[in-house]
Write a protein that binds this ligand. Structure first.
Ligand SMILES: [Zn+2]
Length: 167
């Protein structure tokens, strides 16, 4: 290793590491936010106190927590309120949405930073979704053309042969 390399290594070790596009695990934060929001909602609506949950909310929350841990999107998951493939089941998804919406205002008062961060994450996901949908429609068109061309060239003969046999 030459002196130059050594210097380079030294400089590298001092400089802040370049941000790699790694996925942040946002699941623990989301769980925490959900748990708190449930507490706020239940306390306000079901006569419970101190962030504790009634039996019904406990049932919804525990289902939600289990499902989040098994989320097919992994640690980079979208927030559950915005999921395109909700996995809680219809009933729990409805209850979940109601509770999250209902608890949001209270969250803004009691845990403003947490609430705002959660909201921002939701907005970010919405934006990304919009961009993706825009792109994917373009890409879908392109792909469709490609596939069409491929099929026209490659699979004409075997397909027709099959059809003829059926007749
Ligand atoms: Zn409750």
């Amino acid at each position: 290793m030459g002196i130059f390399d050594k210097v380079k290594d030294k400089v590298k070790s001092i400089l802040p590491k370049r941000k790699e596009p790694e996925l942040k695990n946002t699941v623990p934060k989301e769980k925490e936010t959900i748990r708190k929001t449930f507490g706020e909602y239940c306390n306000a609506n079901h006569g419970t106190e101190g962030g504790k949950l009634c039996a019904k909310c406990t049932a919804v929350l525990s289902t939600v927590m289990i499902k989040i841990s098994r989320c097919p999107y992994g640690i980079g998951k979208p927030i559950c309120e915005q999921c395109e493939t909700p996995c809680f089941g219809e009933r729990f998804t409805n209850e979940f949405t109601t509770i999250m919406k209902g608890g949001q205002k209270k969250m803004l008062l009691s845990h403003p930073i947490m609430a705002v961060k959660h909201k921002l994450k939701g907005l970010g996901a919405e934006y990304a979704k919009m961009q993706r949908d825009k792109k994917s429609t373009d890409k879908q068109k392109e792909d469709a053309e490609k596939v069409k061309a491929k099929f026209a060239n490659a699979t004409r003969s075997p397909k027709k042969a099959k059809k003829r046999k059926k007749k």
